[in-house]
Design a protein around this ligand. Structure first.
Ligand code: ADP
Ligand code: MG
Length: 438
């Protein structure tokens, strides 16, 4: 589902009112009756103005008619919700222009945007339900039968939760992007000009980087938190060039090959030029570039409390994920076993560490919301697993869990295959669109 802002500049003030009316009506109606849209939009021109806007919005794919609807009405589409969110970020002066999509995750689209000064930022659009809607019929039905617009509700919850955690973590000095703005199912955050750990092929001292990542897991635990998806895709590695110090964790980044870097490099050209090539011949002729590595953590919708009933499982999984990656990629195995949940559990809230699980709940992200979101994320993961299993049926080699996961993510990095096929979209980068006229 590509964010296409081309129509945005042609929408009139009336169109925006009608779009907002459909959103308001969606809170209680899956199919918002046309008379209700008329009533909620309170246009001066009356019904005919509303109808004009309705057809403009429908033509742009921002609202749509439900199949088999029993009465005349419309529902908001993802595109419509995207527009409303962008409109809000733009009104707050946090987003001025929209660039290209840099990533398609299972549950999100990642888009480069810029503020009025041209500073690039990241817009993360949550798309909970994307996989489950398409692949698992029972999920589709389950979501469809719930109160109107559940995908909207769940995607909004994911954005709210992620934003709340980003704010809380930032306040405690954790290395996370700067949270800038949240609206509906989207958040705007600072752009971290750094590749994910997955693109790091060569680390001079894997032990240091490993220790730093484990320390991060333990630091989160002291604040009562488990990341829940602590893997090589959700850890960006910032590289700062320095004179070589033998005890510093350093890395030579193999320049990502075209497939790997295609999307990020196209939008952050400065990054590519900063990544040194580690061609063996090169390194003999010129000194290797040594850089300090600083991990930056992203992707927080699945964070759980250290008090969660499955906390031990999630904690162990995060630790195992890093261990497995370091073993596989760097052939590094820690001499020490663990860290173990029971030890981390004892450290929660000790020495004045603020419990962030509690403070996020206090910020308005209620237990009920957490539960709804958790359920949806679990379903999403099951749907993804089912999709993976389906792929396996078609003769793929048996893969380990990690391979399978990486494989799956590789698809996502390339682009969302299903999505592209379903929507007939091309992969061309969008032209930058200014939102100023909107
Ligand atoms: P998902 O929930 O779909 O996994 P993520 O938040 O992990 O979404 O983002 C997907 C990818 O987008 C990341 O692996 C990273 O490459 C890129 N990305 C996300 N946020 C940022 C950011 N603030 N700065 C730079 N790149 C980012
Ligand atoms: Mg991620």
């Amino acid at each position: 589902m590509k964010l296409d802002t081309r129509v945005m500049r042609y929408l009139t003030g009336e169109d925006w009112r009608v779009l907002t009316a459909v959103e308001m009506g969606s809170k209680n109606h899956e199919n918002v009756p046309t008379p209700l849209i008329e009533k909620l939009s309170r246009l001066k021109g009356g019904a005919s103005g509303v109808h004009k806007s309705i057809s403009a919005l429908a033509k742009a794919g921002l609202i749509a008619k439900l199949k088999d609807a029993k009465y005349d009405g419309y529902r908001l589409t993802y595109g419509g919700l995207d527009y409303l969110a962008l409109h809000t970020h733009s009104a707050r002066k946090e987003v001025y222009s929209v660039g290209s999509r840099v990533g398609v995750g299972k549950e999100s689209d990642i888009v480069i945007v810029a503020d009025e000064t041209g500073t690039q930022r990241i817009l993360k659009i949550h798309r909970l339900g994307r996989i489950s809607f398409r692949t698992v019929k029972s999920n589709r039905d389950y979501l469809k039968n719930r109160a109107g617009g559940s995908w909207m509700y769940l995607s909004r919850l994911a954005a709210m939760k992620e934003y709340a955690f980003m704010v809380a973590l930032k306040e405690e000095g954790f290395p996370v992007p700067d949270p800038i703005s949240q609206s509906r199912h989207t958040i705007v955050m600072s752009l971290v000009d750094a590749p994910p750990l997955r693109q790091i092929y060569n680390v001079q001292e894997p032990a240091s980087l490993y220790a730093e990542l484990i320390a991060l897991i333990l630091r989160l635990a002291r604040h009562g938190l488990i990341h829940g998806d602590f893997n090589e895709f959700n850890i960006l590695i910032k590289e700062d060039k320095v004179t070589t110090y033998p005890t510093t964790a350093t890395a030579t980044i193999t320049r990502p090959d075209a497939d790997d870097a295609a999307e990020t490099s196209s939008t952050t050209p400065s990054k590519t030029s900063q990544i040194p090539t580690s061609d063996d011949n090169d390194s003999q002729q010129q000194p290797q570039t040594d850089i300090i590595l600083t991990p930056v953590l992203i992707d927080f919708p699945q964070m759980v409390s250290m008090d969660h009933q499955n906390a031990e499982f999630y904690f162990d999984r995060d630790v195992a994920c890093i261990k497995r990656f370091f073993q596989k990629r760097f052939h590094f195995t820690a001499t020490q076993p663990g860290p173990f949940y029971k030890d981390a559990k004892r450290s929660v809230g000790r020495d004045g560490f603020k419990r962030l699980d509690a403070s996020v709940e206090a910020s308005g992200f209620t237990k009920k919301m957490a539960k709804d979101l958790e359920k949806a994320i679990l379903e999403q993961q099951q749907a993804a697993a089912a999709k993976k299993a389906d792929k396996g049926d078609f003769g793929d080699d048996a893969e380990s869990d990690l391979d399978a996961q990486s494989d799956d993510e590789e698809d996502d990095d390339g682009d969302d295959d299903d999505d592209e096929n379903d929507d007939g979209e091309d992969q061309e980068l969008q032209e930058e669109q200014n939102l100023a006229d909107i």
